[in-house]
Design a protein around this ligand. Sequence first.
Ligand code: NAP
Length: 488
Amino acid sequence: MSGGDMAKPLLDHRNTEGDPSITPAAGRSIGVLGSGDFARSLAIRLVCSGFKVVVGSRNPKRKASLFPSAAEVTFQAEAVKKTDVIFVAVFREHYSTLCDLADVLAGKILVDVSNNTEINHHKESNAEYLASLFPACTVVKGFNVVSAWTLQSGARDGNKQVLICSNNQEAKRIVAEIAQVMGFTPVDMGCMSSACEIENIPLRLLPAWKIPIFLALGLFLCFFTYNLIRQVIHPYIREHKNKLYKIPIEVVNTTLPCVSYVMLSLVYLPGVLAACSQLYYGTKYRRFPDWLDQWLQHRKQIGLLSFFCAALHAVYSLCLPMRRSHRYQLIETAVKQAVEKKMNIWVEEEVWRMEIYISVGIIALGLLSLLAITSLPSIANSLNWREFSCIQSTLGFIALVISTLHTLTYGWSRAFDENQYKFYLPPTYTLTLLVPCTVILAKVIFSLPCIQQRLLRIRRGWEKGRYVKFVLPSATGEYSSGETSSNV
Ligand code: NAP
């Protein structure tokens, strides 16, 4: 957010002072040290929530006009004297300049709102550092995960969660109460040792997306190079034909469905591997290797990227006939046929192949869209567990099967045509079939009653080699108990 933006409050305090919809708090006095962007937004939000705000600045006269008229702007020592809960809205580097206030701060609650510029920048968290500078105060870490922007827009917009931690339960409760009155949702993150983790949160850049994005880029690069060799380099070397014009659209458009299709199968492959591991070890209580755990956790992102590539493929495909090169090729073919006096160019098999191939492709894209929509938290929250797993698991698997049909009808008999093997390289779609077909085959095997039953028992807690109590009726009709291996 630019400094210019910050100068204009999102929530105009003059308009909200008389707003009856804003619930006044108990009228507690809250101190804010600092008069920067965060302090200003915080003061506005606190005033709007019914708190009395006293801002402590090194230069109160100059800064007073930036704050709502209901907030008192005074010197730092004055502000600290008048309040018991004080938000420290200054950077960590300047904490030591507050040491002169140590006596007046003694016994008060300090709320550390600071962030760092790098993950794990300092050995100890900012909050722990503040606590070491002011041992007579109680420090609470909180509000750093909300931005100045979110503070001003309050409960209507942005992140509503405020993560809080402290070694003092009472201080934590008071700060949580303040957050709640301000329209936020306080989340108790435990004791002060969590401060470092809380301070790292705003610095993370899409942590769950890194692996899926690298995976998609890696696959894109591999398939792009493969298609480039087949579609551009091969005709250049063998026939001295310049096909560079194919790179921006045709090569990209043959690469995107490959990435999308393989990524979709990679959503279901870890589930297959997990099932294999459970069947092999005969238990669900054995931890999966870390890489499989990570893979299982990234399935949603991998699926969404698969949908993204499929959507791009659909748009690229629709644009294919718009290209000038396509028009030239059409005219060229028409002229050739006219010269050869060919009247009937209709090939029934090709017509059917294309109709089925496009229709199946549209259905696959529709199913992928449904999967993508239902993975959005707002939609997912409205589904119960059975509905969610049915859509994501069953419908997802159907999408994989239909995508396979799309690929097979696209390829048709070309896999058996030796002209398609450029530099002995098989057509790209035959390579993409490997992983999805493995997944489909594994799923079919898992659905065989003998394997399905065993997997179900394992997932309900049965373990191979574990002795379980059994009860048998005796000849007299009485029941006798004994022990046996559940494996038998
Ligand atoms: P800022 O605009 O630069 O304000 C910092 C304030 O610190 C100054 O206005 C200054 O107020 C005060 N200060 C006290 N002693 C100082 C000294 N020795 N040298 C310089 N300034 C001193 O920064 P900010 O964006 O408000 O951020 C303040 C804190 O909030 C930081 O710890 C930041 O990590 C945290 N935070 C900010 C945001 C955000 O969106 N901006 C979000 C989350 C957390 P006086 O001149 O009046 O004393």
